[in-house]
Design a protein around this ligand. Structure first.
Ligand code: E4P
Length: 217
């Protein structure tokens, strides 16, 4: 499973990229606003840190303007992936861009039928939002299971990018189901490495090693 980080914070992206575990980045208008940075400038900087796809979202709601915005965004770098909303205009834009060889991430997916449409429109990625589903009282992971089943039924190549990930159990479930990608805030990715027994084990080994009076270097 590929790991994307869902942020526009450069320091967090650099730190995760240095681990070799990061495959891409997703941003959205809210994350750009939170960063306080210029959209074009921060996106260019992110694209220079990671080799993988960097999702940059259009903000127009109509197809013609989405195409114009996409034209500007895709000039930023070769690894820009144009993010469009799951609307009829977004799907039309997805279709036009993907025919042209541009990576497209169809975002704000909340139903399996929407995901089916995104695949038919040639999306590189579809982003079902599991956390927001859970917030709404429905199990977001049921949606991922349905999309996996439908995409496998028809051998769609669109990758399932599990988004709105809030905690480590979302990551575990997404991996069990066979989602292709998950995007999570930095703190969730950092939490994946933590286990109390790992910390306890290290403490024990360090204490016993100190008793030997030896050193490796
Ligand atoms: C995905 O691309 C979105 O940016 C993101 O995962 C949304 O997450 P949220 O529901 O925590 O805002």
């Amino acid at each position: 499973m590929q790991f994307f980080v869902d942020t526009a914070e450069i320091d967090d992206i650099r730190e995760l990229a240095s681990t070799g575990l990061l495959d891409g980045v997703t941003t959205n208008p809210s994350l750009i606003a939170k960063s306080g940075r210029d959209f074009m400038e921060v996106t260019k900087e992110i694209c220079g840190i990671v080799d993988g796809p960097v999702s940059a979202e259009v903000v127009a709601l109509d197809h013609e303007t989405m195409m114009k915005e996409a034209e500007v965004l895709r000039k930023i770098a070769d690894n820009v992936c144009i993010k469009v909303p799951l609307t009829m205009d977004g799907l039309k834009t997805c279709n036009a861009l993907s025919r042209d060889g541009t990576m497209v991430n169809v975002t704000l997916c909340f139903s399996a039928n929407q995901a089916l449409l995104a695949a038919k429109a040639g999306a590189t990625f579809v982003s079902p939002f599991v956390g927001r589903h859970d917030d709404n009282g429905t199990d977001g992971m049921d949606l991922i299971r349905d999309i996996r089943l439908i995409y496998d039924n028809y051998a769609f190549e669109t990758e399932i990018l599990v988004a709105s990930v809030r905690h480590v159990v979302h990551v575990l479930e997404a991996a069990r189901i066979g989602a292709d990608v998950m995007t999570a805030p930095p703190k969730v990715i950092h939490a994946l490495v933590k286990h109390v027994l790992t910390d306890k084990g290290i403490d024990g080994f360090m204490a016993d090693w100190a008793k030997t009076g030896q050193s490796i270097l």
